[in-house]
Write a new protein. Structure first.
Lengths: 502, 360, 383
């Protein structure tokens, strides 16, 4: 593969075809390096290459416009270098420039041109100097990004209002400032062939098993993807290998939650470019816990957690159970209720199962539409949903009022655990079908499969259903019920103890 | 030796739910009189019997250093271990058939009367085969959750029926004489052969096996006694006219929120039945794998499922075949072979070999 | 392979759902939700009347259908009860379910032969609750009880169930659930006693009236009736005393009404020379409800004592009389006194049970009533 036009005369270089480190070392003449960069970044408006003279040598500056701060560059690099009138030393010229002339905190030298270009794309300024087969890399980043904001999806009653942003460094700072501890470690890896996304593995040294940490790193390194643009790209690699509808990888956009989890001995993964952090391993019970629980009084926290668990159960099973009762187990209903249901049901067109399926599909469609449309149209969608489903469908005899109440209940309860929504939405439909085919009998068969499946799920040596199954008495104190902080303080939740039995 | 994955608590909760379901769905009133006060004492007799019959297993555990029966014997005598495995296959298969037959009878007479249940029974078998492909650990862990469901449902039944207990139904003990009592208590006990599973899974269990077993028996006897007391007190002689006497309590009990809750009860028992069949298929396929080590990993389970389904469809079509399946003589023979004879023979075989080694 | 099996299973389940959803289940509006069943004799066999919920009535919000009844009655004839019940499907087109059945009403004709033949279907059928109430229609066809016009938008079975339950709580009639009837039949020494229901005129409409008790013989055939007072005494002897009222007089003849708040009954049976002696101890807790003294005058402590003694002696006498009446009238043991003997003396019971009717006739009773007056509605102490 040839790069230089001189030999090939072709104006185009196919950068995609370039294997890594094809460009080799930095060239002897600064201008050659400048040309190479221009060739590599052909048709790239944002890459700026500028020639100049520093002392008795020609120099070339290269930067990526927008990722760097122009004033800082002028003040720290170009002005002092171009204004330098003395003689540069024959030896160690780069060291001289970086220590005596340039004003910057992040300065290093780089021999490999590929790595230099990579740094250029990360917002560094590269300075080539004639006569040296090395270049200076100066960190002058000013990467644009959102300022720290309140989390959108993990809304809390109490506690911090800070949420993660898209910039890895900011996120690391947000965590670091909360965990002032020498044992808190952050290791940075790179994943994604094209995107070279930086991924930070955060953990508390001494609280994490070495094998688990190594496995996390191995799994991250084994990600063989071209692009990694969000946390979901890494989820597959970190998740359990068992087939299940639930995930064992947690997600948070709150630094305080993350710190708490790290302190429990879990491993957090911050990914550049996304305001979410991943946490492994995640237990089933964590879906029902929020950071708020620790800021409220224990009795209320226990109450709210039970409410969440009950909502989860309702959101999955209620429509299925309703259909099963209507078709198979009418004896369950007290008489007055049965009478009302019978009277209303006799006015509808479809059978109970079909009715339940139709209205759930409609609900999912309305929900999806409301999620994707711009906020300004969102109201229109909700009005249509409310009118069509709520009123017209009942009047037209498509569905009946009891079914509508059931759907409304399930819709609201399923919003309590947003993390479990995917599983809930699908399981609900499955249980409607089972309930309509074989009543409670079938539903219980489904429950048995679900529970056995859940208890077989395991990730990084931790079972999904722990500390319930396997049961651990000391850890069970902070699951559905939460004891007071004093009592918990003696025996803080430790993920490594989960598998152990007394 | 396989990894020890299951704790004693998990394993015994699995055994518990497998046993307690028998009290509700298996014990038949053809031989046993559940209407008299004697029935309250039957569980205690069963408890004593279980404590005696488990002794060979405990000694076996000590002598084999926690190895399961088949691998421990096969190290000393391969052919003999094959024979033992074969017996286990046959006996547990009979248990499996009985479980499915009772489920069929239960579903077709209580849950969905006037329907043939082939489709649902087949789906139960498929589900059990599927679950048996997972390891014993998953099933045992799941049983700790099933245990909560079962305990809740039993308590609801008992509490709801407590107000219906009538003094007229309580008569003096040993109405029909002591010999009859012993005979009936034994007939009652043989419906619970679950403790035989212990010797097969010794290598999988970690923790204090003995202590766990005592607690398991205590808890089981206690709950069976409470159930029996409720049956006697609330139903009286009426229980002898019922196909599933313990289940009938729920139809007498009053529960404010719901009109009746038999269907909820029956669905909880369905879960137990699934756990039970899964455990049985697991045992059978493990034994088949011991006989034919080169067999594909899922074949024994599927094979067991298919054969069991074929049998059960045959049984399902005639009431006399049901009674043959749950006839007392069959139940007693399988119980004695599984719980007494096989563990004793296995123990003797390794003891004999050990003595032989010492002499040599 | 496993994947394929799972996929196949899933396809089968899904298809079976969409193609034969209602293979096992029945749509709720297609059910015949039976509220009450009445059984009469006819020439060939039985005539069965059912009261079911009116499924076709629209929601009450819809004003066009206001005139429709809440329940409907249908009758069917057949050689057996089961057949007659099945034939009602031809009239309604709905599938019967007995789960919400509240009462089973048997006519006198039916009760004149063995009632276990009629009740067998309800014992065998799983969907019938064993706590369904059983009663006898007296002087009226059982079907007419269910068809009676007692007012609009009322479920007659529900009303009858309430009356029967309430009269059991007030200790007027015994509680007679299906399970009690079956247990009595299975007890070889005991006989069935069932409350009766009659219809009374109440202007244009009619009302139910539950008062008497029908006594059955050992062949489970109706034999005679107990009047109202005897019924109340019978319930007290049976040990089912819960609530009730008592009327007594003071020394001047002023009447006082007491409410029984709670009652406890204890039995002791002894056998002397082949004769069973029963000691029945009844403890009643009573509150004074009304006193017809002069001008709301207050009650002296001595008067309370007089009330107490009067009630005790009066009740003892009445209970003993009722016991004798039951003994003299063919001595059918509707009091379960055979069972009481068994609880006290197993061996004697085994000797006597074969000729229990005779032994019951020879037995003696000694009733001991203790009354505790808890409240009289004012301070009990007066200077």
């Amino acid at each position: 593969m040839v790069i230089f036009m001189k030999e090939n005369n072709s104006p185009f270089i196919n950068v995609d075809d370039l294997p890594k480190s094809e460009l080799g070392n930095v060239k002897f003449y600064a201008e050659d390096n400048g040309k190479i960069i221009k060739e590599v970044f052909l048709n790239c408006f944002d890459i700026v290459v500028k020639n100049g003279v520093c002392g008795d040598r020609r120099v070339v500056f290269a930067k990526c416009d927008g990722l760097t701060s122009s004033e800082k560059i002028i003040e720290g690099i170009t002005k002092p270098m171009l204004h330098f009138s003395g003689d540069l030393p024959k030896k160690d010229v780069l060291q001289f420039i970086s220590s005596e002339i340039i004003c910057g905190t992040e300065v290093k030298t780089e021999k490999n041109l590929d790595l230099a270009i990579e740094n250029l794309l990360r917002g560094c300024v590269i300075v080539f100097v004639d006569g040296v087969e090395e270049c200076i890399v100066v960190g002058m980043q000013n990467i644009p990004g959102r300022s720290i904001d309140e989390p959108n999806y993990e809304v809390q009653e109490n506690g911090s209002r800070e949420g993660f942003v898209e910039i890895l460094k900011t996120n690391m700072t947000l965590v670091r400032k909360r965990l002032v501890n020498v044992n808190f470690k952050i290791e940075v890896l790179e994943v994604g062939v094209s995107t070279k996304t930086k991924v930070a593995v955060c953990y508390m040294n001494g609280k994490v098993k070495k094998e688990v940490l190594q496995e996390v790193k191995d799994r991250l390194n084994s990600v063989n993807m071209d692009t990694v643009l969000g946390e979901t790209y890494l989820r597959k690699a970190l998740d359990t290998k068992r087939r299940t509808m639930f995930t064992m990888v947690g997600k948070t956009e709150r630094p305080d939650t993350l710190c708490a989890k790290i302190n429990e001995g879990k491993i957090a993964i911050l990914i550049d470019g996304t305001p979410y952090a991943l946490i492994v391993p995640r237990l089933f019970i964590e879906n029902f816990q929020t950071f708020d629980d620790y800021l409220n009084r224990p009795y209320y926290a226990t109450f709210m957690r039970s409410i969440r668990l009950i909502s989860f159960i309702i959101s999955i099973f209620l429509p299925g159970i309703f259909v099963a009762i209507g078709l198979f187990h009418q004896e369950l209903l007290p008489e007055k209720m049965l009478y009302n249901v019978v009277v209303m049901e006799s006015n509808t067109l479809f059978t109970l199962t079909v009715e339940a399926l139709i209205i759930h599909f409609i609900y999912e469609i309305v929900r999806e539409a409301g999620l994707r449309v711009p906020k300004s149209i969102g109201h229109a969608v909700s009005i249509v949903g409310a009118l069509v489903i709520g009123d017209a469908a009942v009047t037209a005899g498509l569905i009946d009022a009891p079914m509508l109440i059931v759907v409304a209940m399930t819709a609201i309860t399923s919003l309590v655990e947003t993390d479990l929504y995917h599983a809930i939405a699908v399981l609900r439909i499955v249980f409607i079908i089972i309930g309509g085919t074989s009543g409670f009998f079938g539903i219980m068969v489904g429950v048995a499969i679900l529970i056995v499946n859940l208890s077989s799920v395991e990730n990084f040596g931790v079972y999904f259903l722990s500390p319930l199954a396997p049961y651990n008495k000391s850890l069970f104190r902070d699951t559905i019920s939460r004891l007071s902080m004093e009592k918990l303080g003696k025996n803080i939740f430790d993920i490594n103890k989960v598998g152990e039995q007394k | 030796m396989t990894e020890k994955k299951v704790t004693t608590f998990q394993f015994y909760s699995l055994l518990y739910i497998c046993s307690v379901v028998a009290a509700f769905m298996f014990v038949s009133t053809t031989v046993i009189d559940l209407g008299t006060t004697d029935a309250i004492l039957f569980p205690s007799v069963f408890g004593v019997l279980s404590l005696i019959t488990i002794i060979p297993t405990f000694i076996f555990n000590k002598k084999s250093n926690g190895e399961s029966v088949l691998s421990a014997i096969s190290k000393r005598n391969k052919i003999f271990s094959d024979v033992v495995a074969f017996f286990y296959i046959v006996l547990v298969f009979i248990l499996l058939l009985r479980t499915l037959a009772r489920l069929d009878l239960f579903v077709s007479s209580e849950v969905f009367p006037e329907n043939t249940m082939t489709f649902l029974i087949v789906s139960i078998v498929i589900v059990s085969v599927f679950l048996s492909l997972l390891d014993i650990g998953a099933l045992s862990r799941a049983s700790t959750i099933f245990l909560i469901m079962v305990t809740l449902s039993v308590s609801v039944v008992v509490f709801s029926a407590f107000s219906n207990i009538e003094s007229v139904n309580i008569v003096p003990f040993f109405m029909n004489g002591e010999t009859e009592f012993v005979k009936q208590a034994f007939s009652y006990s043989v419906f619970f052969p679950e403790s035989a599973c212990l010797i097969l899974f010794l290598s999988n269990i970690k923790g204090n096996i003995k202590k766990g077993y005592y607690l398991y028996i205590l808890f089981l006897v206690l709950s069976l006694t409470i159930v029996a007391f409720t049956v006697v007190g609330a139903l009286g002689e009426f229980s002898n006219t019922q196909l599933f006497p313990a289940f009938a309590i729920s139809s007498v009990g009053e529960f404010r929120v719901l009109e009746r809750f038999e269907s909820i009860q029956s669905s909880v028992w369905t879960v137990c039945i699934i756990a039970k069949t899964t455990l049985q298929i697991m045992i059978i396929s493990n034994c088949i794998r011991h006989l034919f080590p080169k067999i594909k990993w899922w074949t024994p389970n599927a094979l067991t499922g298919i054969i069991a389904t074929a049998f059960i469809i045959y049984i399902s079509n005639g009431v006399t075949r049901f009674s043959f399946m749950s006839s007392q003589i069959w139940v007693t023979v399988t119980y004695i072979l599984l719980v007494v004879v096989l563990p004793v023979i296995s123990l003797l075989s390794i003891l004999k070999k050990k003595r032989g080694e010492k002499l040599a | 392979m496993l994947k394929k099996i799972t996929l196949l299973f899933f396809i089968v389940v899904t298809l079976s759902c969409f193609c034969s959803c209602e293979r096992y289940g029945t749509e709720i509006e297609d059910m015949m939700i039976i509220q009450g069943i009445a059984v009469d004799k006819d020439k060939e066999g039985y005539e069965v009347t059912i009261e079911m919920l009116n499924n076709k009535q629209s929601a009450s919000a819809d004003s066009s259908n206001v005139g429709e009844e809440m329940t409907l009655c249908y009758s069917g004839n057949g050689e057996t009860v089961a057949e007659a019940l099945r034939l009602i499907i031809n009239k309604t087109g709905n599938v019967p379910t007995y789960t919400h059945n509240k009462v089973i009403i048997l006519s006198e004709d039916v009760a004149k032969s063995d009632i276990t033949k009629v009740l067998d279907i309800f014992e065998r059928d799983y969907t019938t609750q064993p706590i369904t109430l059983v009663c006898i229609a007296k002087d009226v066809k059982a079907g007419d009880v269910l068809k009676a016009n007692i007012g609009k938008d009322i479920s007659k079975s529900e009303v009858l169930e309430k009356i029967l339950n309430q009269s059991a709580i007030s200790s007027i009639t015994p509680e007679t659930r299906l399970i009690d009837v079956i247990n009595t039949v299975l007890d070889e020494t005991a006989c069935i006693a069932l409350p009766t229901v009659t219809l009374q005129k109440n202007g244009e409409t009619k009302t139910f009236f539950v008062e008497n008790i029908a006594v059955f013989n050992y062949n489970n055939e109706i034999s005679y009736y107990l009047g109202r007072e005897s019924s109340e005494n019978f319930v007290k002897l049976l040990g089912e005393l819960k609530n009730g009222t008592l009327v007594t007089e003071d020394e001047k003849g002023a009447k006082a009404t007491f409410i029984i708040v709670d009652g406890k009954t204890r039995y002791k049976a002894e056998v002397n020379n082949g004769i069973v002696n029963y000691n029945v101890k009844i403890k009643m807790y009573c509150d004074l409800n009304a006193y017809e003294g002069d001008r709301f005058q207050s009650i002296e402590n001595e008067t309370v004592d007089i009330f107490k003694k009067n009630i005790e002696s009066d009740t003892e006498r009445r209970l003993q009389n009722t016991y004798k009446a039951i003994q003299e009238n063919n001595s059918f043991d509707i009091l379960h006194f055979g069972r009481r003997l068994l609880q006290n003396d197993k061996n004697s019971y085994n000797q006597m049970k074969n000729d229990w009717q005779n032994n019951f006739k020879k037995s003696n009773i000694n009733v001991n009533v203790e009354v505790v007056i808890r409240r009289i509605g004012e301070e009990s102490y007066h200077e």
